[in-house]
Design a protein around this ligand. Structure first.
Ligand SMILES: [Zn+2]
Length: 273
């Protein structure tokens, strides 16, 4: 890799991690009914303002060894992990764009730039819903509904877009939502709730037709594996609720970015295309 590309990826990583840090902050303010903007970031425990360097994504956590610089209270590891995750996802998205560009997918620089903005959008929207679900076990309609509308609108501007293609993507969303609805009914809302149904609609729409359908499958596999690992590590008991939203969000990102590649690989295993 050229030095330019490497510094590009480092910048992208910090962009993704900074978005995650911002979303974590918004999630906290939403959950505590605080104003979304303004005011300095403060420790949840001692309420003292945090020094600027502790707010640097990922690095701040490492420099303070995961403690509040003022009172020493432990900061949950979920925040730096979320930052790492979104940073890495943005890098993966950009990597995928390079292979698409090599295939001649982007006919103009505007489409290339627009596609990047779309990736930033879905990483932010799915990230927001995921971190809020992790924090409060709730998926907010007031985020999901506008996100569905804006995603549908933006999809019409992507390369190869058409109303028919959008209808197909919406169908993937509706089928995904119907499937989760069925599970919610079957389990009487014990594992998942109605928020997951709406998130499944968004995730199916993002993944598109037919890749979006894979998102639900990825979410279940990831949820089962991580749920079992958490139980094995005694982090969670068998009865504690594990939010399903983050798994749906990850499924949505993977199916959007790498759905084509995964589909091709999956079917080539069985059908030898
Ligand atoms: Zn503190």
């Amino acid at each position: 890799m050229s030095p330019n590309l490497i510094s590009g990826f480092i910048l992208l990583f910090f962009l993704g991690a900074s978005i995650a840090s911002f979303l974590g902050n918004i999630s906290f303010r939403l959950g505590h009914d605080r104003p979304l903007w303004g005011g300095r970031s403060q420790c949840d425990h001692c309420a003292k303002p945090l020094p600027w360097w502790t707010l640097i994504p990922v690095l701040g956590y490492l420099l303070t060894r995961g403690k509040c610089a003022q009172c020493g209270r432990k900061v949950p590891a979920k925040y730096p992990l979320f930052e790492l995750f979104l940073g890495a996802t943005l890098c993966l998205g950009f990597l995928r764009m390079q292979t698409l560009a090599a295939d001649g997918f982007f006919t103009t620089d505007w489409l290339y730039a627009g596609y990047f903005v779309f990736i930033v959008w879905i990483v932010s929207a799915l990230g927001m819903l995921a971190i809020y679900d992790i924090d409060y076990l709730l998926i907010l309609d007031r985020i999901t509904y506008p996100a569905i509308a804006l995603t549908a609108l933006l999809k019409l501007l992507l390369p190869g877009a058409s109303p028919t293609a959008l209808a197909g993507d919406l169908l993937a969303g509706v089928i995904s939502a119907a499937f989760i609805w069925f599970i919610v009914r079957l389990t009487r809302e014990r594992g998942m709730g109605f928020g997951d149904i709406k998130l499944a609609l968004l995730v199916g729409l993002i993944g598109g037709w037919p890749n979006g359908l894979m998102a639900i499958w990825i979410a279940f596999v990831l949820g089962a594996v991580i749920g079992l690992l958490l139980v094995a590590a005694k982090q969670k008991g068998l009865r504690t609720q594990i939010p399903f939203g983050p798994f749906l969000s990850i499924g949505g990102m993977i199916s959007f970015l790498y759905g084509d590649i995964l589909m091709h690989w999956y079917f080539s295993q069985f059908l030898l295309i």
